[in-house]
Design a protein around this ligand. Structure first.
Ligand SMILES: [Fe+2]
Length: 259
């Protein structure tokens, strides 16, 4: 199966799919699935965007895709980030919120199917919030829903045979070479490291930190994805159901194409 991992895009859906199609051409492949690690920018109603989104990216493209009920050019799975309409997401009756766009709730598993292969993907979206981590997920209201909780970690850790884990925050222990909080910043997102230790997926993909960065946590290779439109916000991965090994086919956009 050929996968395209995508970092935070903050509503830039049109650009992401244009980049994905260009990336396919460069690699001479067709992606079976796109996996987004949160901050896709799910704001169906522009009036409901949060303050940070208003100051930076704005409502993005999602309202237009939603109004037109547009189908994804490639099947896509996403987890929540920390800038989405969480109340709206929680209220969705179906995981497939638009044709081909599947919301993977915290603690749940989505099975990726392509040809005769199946890969199991687990998700923990949102970021670490010390004051909310030990609360029950069902008790979080409004903006607090941007935090993941221990019960969600435990629910996913009870799953067998995960091939891929998607997290928005970086599992605790990831030490960044460069980070907006300073050189050598170490992620404090507890629970995510424990999740990897307990489930031992073949790979973990994360975003949020706006940096393309490889690391290993609890023996699990972790790929940190950059923020759109910067180099390494898209990473192509070939993963077969029958083999533990996987490989990176390339990254997009290439360094030097965009600053
Ligand atoms: Fe984020």
């Amino acid at each position: 199966m050929i996968l395209c991992a995508a970092g935070d895009i903050h509503g830039a859906l049109d650009r992401m799919f244009a980049d994905i199609l260009a990336f396919e051409t460069a690699l001479t492949v067709r992606f079976d699935w796109v996996l987004n690690v949160g901050d896709l920018g799910i704001w169906p109603e522009p009036a409901r965007i949060d303050g940070a989104t208003r100051r930076h990216e704005g409502a993005g493209d999602f309202p237009a895709w939603w109004v037109d009920a547009r189908a994804m050019p490639r099947p896509t799975v996403f987890i929540k980030g920390n800038h989405e309409d969480f109340v709206w997401l929680d209220a969705q009756p179906n995981a497939e919120v638009l044709p081909g766009l599947h919301y993977l709730r915290n603690g749940h598993v989505h099975e990726l199917r392509a040809a005769d292969e199946t890969l199991r993907v687990g998700g923990i979206g949102g970021c670490f919030g010390p004051s909310d981590f030990e609360r029950h997920s069902a008790s979080l209201q409004g903006y607090a829903k941007r935090h993941y909780t221990r019960d969600e970690i435990d629910a996913l850790a009870a799953q067998d045979g995960l091939d891929i884990v998607l997290t928005h925050d970086a599992p605790a222990g990831v030490a960044f070479e460069r980070h907006r909080r300073g050189v050598g910043y170490v992620s404090e997102a507890v629970g995510l490291d424990e999740l990897l230790a307990r489930t031992q997926p073949r790979i973990c993909l994360f975003g949020h930190h706006h940096s393309r960065f490889d690391s290993t946590v609890a023996g699990v290779p972790c790929i940190g994805l950059n923020k759109s439109p910067h180099p390494g916000y898209l990473v192509a991965i070939e993963m077969r159901a029958a083999e533990r090994e996987w490989r990176v086919l390339g990254e997009w956009p290439p360094r030097g194409l965009r600053a």
